[in-house]
Design a protein around this ligand. Structure first.
Ligand code: PLP
Length: 495
């Protein structure tokens, strides 16, 4: 199985090449030509641990990796760096289940893929005989940045650059990044929002003269964003794992369907669920949950993607403050049966006119998705209600999903077992979470770092290692730059 571009370039690439390159020559994203079916029946996977399922899933998407190579990557990624041995535990609360994807080092779901990406990349370099050093460019709305820095810190022959929107991330997210160690790490904030950062990074990828200048210095570009197929494929694993765990726990019978609700920004996480469904995991509805930046809700309901004249909101779920969801391009490719020319023209229309509409047959195939959104006040209310009722604490992103799940149930009456994808530890967004659950106003007058301890005492949930004493760590980064200057910043730092 090979990878091709979403935009019509038919040149085939191995998985290793896709991981190294990050993005296709024609600006498209790499997709598997066809999504493979699961190699073994689900019943044979029910008793397997996370790592073994990771192997079963990933081998179909990375046939160029040997069994030993792939298992080495998996075993180096999913180990004691995760604070629970299940890696991605499933917790039943009321009538729903939460898939907790935040037990990695940086307390957000990005660790699920970014703990393995560096190993995939280093293996890919060896396999492809790559002699250049790799420069990883990353735009982040807060969580990808830290997880990528943590994953790539001090990895040989790699330099990593992270750009986040100044004022667009939580104080905790910011300190996590600014205190990052590792001689190969570079962190900047930009004047602008996440879309500005992501667009600027994409421009660098697509600028041939920039690539040539780097090549002269012995560097090649790659990406740690979810445009990299090495991010997407590891995410398919936990949807297969979730299904097998639900069967194992007796929550569903083998063959019975589940729904998933995914708090969505760049569409990477929910796209991985779509891949799992395409592989044969019985998923009935893929429920796409957005915050006030609800461009995807409208798209799923109308088939029209419309960002022109749309306001960009900074919300209490900042990792989802995105209007240009880059992975949607991959879905368009699959929904159009691999019509790269059409995807190319839709993307051009979006760039020129800020809007596009898909054709009726593609719209028809969107029916497996349901789109909904929740606003900031609804988020705070469901955090408080669920905590009071069940003693279970959600972060703000997970709460967006939970609220959309409630709306979905009410609207459809669907009784299917539903998994809420929990994408961050409540500690990562302490200020909002504390504000939601406590009436004595402890969120006032304290720094976010003090609030971590207050929340710890209140909730009795252990504070994740990586978030302890963040304010006492040494700040190692902190420059603010203009988006126009990113290319020269990168060149300057590479010397
Ligand atoms: C990145 C992120 C999301 C959005 O995931 P996408 O794959 O971009 O849709 C949701 N919640 C949290 C906490 C995140 O860090």
């Amino acid at each position: 199985m090979d990878y091709i571009s979403t935009r019509g370039n038919k040149q085939k690439k191995r998985f290793a090449q896709g991981v190294l390159q990050g993005i296709a020559e024609d600006k498209g994203l790499f997709v598997p030509e066809t999504i493979p079916a699961l190699d073994k029946p689900l019943k044979d996977l029910v008793e397997l641990p996370y790592q073994a399922i990771a192997y079963e899933v990933m081998k179909s998407f990375a046939p160029d990796f040997t069994e030993d190579e792939l298992n080495a990557c998996i075993n180096q990624a999913y180990d004691q760096k995760f604070s629970v041995k299940e890696i991605a535990p499933i917790v039943s609360v009321g009538d729903a289940c939460f898939l907790e994807l935040y037990h990695g080092k940086t307390s957000a779901f990005k660790d699920m893929a970014l703990s393995i990406l560096p190993h995939l990349l280093v293996t890919a370099m060896k396999k492809e005989g790559e002699t250049s050093k790799i420069v990883i460019l990353t735009a982040t709305s807060g969580d990808t940045g830290k997880a990528a820095l943590e994953g790539f810190a001090d990895v040989e022959s790699v330099e990593i650059f992270v750009f986040y929107p100044e004022g667009g991330v939580s104080q905790i997210q910011k300190m996590q990044m600014l205190t990052q160690e590792g001689d190969n790490t570079h962190v900047y904030s930009i004047h602008g929002n996440f879309d500005d950062a992501q667009t600027a990074v994409k421009h660098m990828f697509n600028d041939p003269s920039f690539a040539a200048e780097l090549r002269e210095k012995g560097y090649k570009l790659s990406s740690a964003n979810s445009i990299n197929p090495g991010r997407l494929i590891p995410q398919v694993v936990y949807y297969v794992y979730t299904y097998t765990q639900l069967v194992k726990k007796g929550e569903i019978k083998l063959g019975e369907a589940m729904n998933v609700v995914v708090p969505t920004g760049n569409f990477g996480n929910i796209l991985a669920a779509y891949y799992a469904k395409s592989m044969g995991v019985p998923i009935k509805k893929l429920i796409c949950a957005s915050n006030e930046n609800n461009v995807l809700t409208d798209f799923i309901r109308s088939g029209k993607y419309h960002i022109k004249d749309r306001d960009f909101y900074l919300t209490n779920s900042p990792s989802m403050d995105i209007l240009i969801s880059s992975n949607l391009e991959r879905l368009l490719f699959h929904l159009s049966d691999g019509n790269g020319d059409m995807v190319q023209s839709l993307m051009e229309t979006l760039e020129k006119e800020g809007v596009y509409e898909i054709n009726p047959s593609m719209k028809e195939s969107l029916k497996d998705f349901y789109g909904g959104y929740a606003d900031e006040n609804q988020v705070l209310k469901v955090i408080k209600d669920l905590y009071k009722k069940e003693g279970y604490l959600m972060d703000t992103h997970t709460a967006v999903a939970y609220k959309v799940y409630e709306n979905y149930k009410q609207e459809t009456g669907d009784q299917t077992k539903t998994v809420i994808v929990s994408t961050a530890s409540p500690y990562k967004f302490t200020k909002s979470v504390l504000n939601a659950i406590n009436e004595e106003g402890l969120s006032q007058g304290n720094t976010e770092f003090e609030m971590v301890n207050i929340l710890g005492k209140l909730s009795k949930m252990p504070v994740p290692e990586g978030l302890k004493d963040l304010d006492k760590k040494k700040i190692r980064h902190g420059k603010v730059v203009e988006v126009k200057a990113l290319a020269s910043v990168v060149k300057g730092d590479l010397k």
